[in-house]
Design a protein. Structure first.
Length: 234
């Protein structure tokens, strides 16, 4: 299992990039941060000789421990990380609070999803982004930040049968119907590390080389694709 280096100079660049994002960003999308989380997952889920990736239920916990260890080391050795309050808060809020709260909030919709199946690299980055966008506070009010984060990330409902009441009024969806789709591709970053990686990369390559006329007939513009996700309720 990969371990955090004893020297900050020996840390993989992905640690410093991601932790710098968590410590100083206000939640804007950052290509380097998303690539870094992919690299971290790859350390714990290496590609097999057959070219496959076996997703593990405990990878998210290993990533959390590695990030905390790396942040502690950077705080001790790198002046840039003299104040790590935001990063410490973001790590605690996401791993200890938001992820379990998200599963509890969707205990009916997502009960079929095994531990680790949702907690994939790009979903984790979407959660980090949402937490950073709340602006904290990073201590003492974790429950407040969690509630704000859940409201922010639960932004997708998709198709649903619309019930019409006897008074002809449409029924509003209730909060637990909305979820955060599981990102498996992000423009500028590539495919999320996991068992979808090879399939997604091949699909994007096909679209990149497809005849322009064919894409026009399908009204599809790859340049407009920001994110490819799967519905975790399926």
């Amino acid at each position: 299992m990969p371990k955090v280096s004893q020297s900050a100079a020996e840390l993989p660049n992905s640690f410093a990039l991601l932790l710098g994002y968590l410590n100083f960003s206000a939640g804007a999308f950052d290509v380097s941060a998303w690539k870094s989380i992919n690299d971290l997952y790859a350390q714990f889920e290496p590609i097999t000789a057959a070219g496959e990736i076996v997703e593990r239920s405990d990878t998210v916990d290993k990533v959390a421990d590695a990030l905390r260890g790396a942040l502690k080391l950077l705080h001790q050795t790198d002046p840039v990380f003299r104040d790590v309050g935001q990063a410490e808060g973001a790590l605690r809020i996401v791993f200890d609070n938001v992820l379990p709260a998200y599963r509890a909030f969707h205990s009916d919709l997502l009960e079929h999803q095994a531990i680790g199946a949702i907690e994939r690299p790009f979903f984790l980055m979407a959660v980090f982004q949402a937490v950073l966008e709340t602006g904290g506070p990073w201590e003492g009010q974790d429950d407040v930040v969690v509630k704000r984060t859940l409201r922010k990330i639960n932004d997708y409902m998709g198709w649903r049968p619309v019930a019409v009441l006897e008074n002809d009024q449409l029924s509003e969806p209730y909060p637990h119907e909305r979820v955060r789709p599981l990102p498996i591709y992000r423009s500028g970053v590539g495919a999320a590390h996991g068992h979808f990686s090879r399939l997604v990369n091949q699909a994007i390559q096909i679209l990149e080389t497809a005849p322009k006329e064919l894409l026009q007939q399908a009204d599809f513009d790859l340049g407009l694709l920001t994110e490819l996700s799967v519905d975790p309720r399926a």
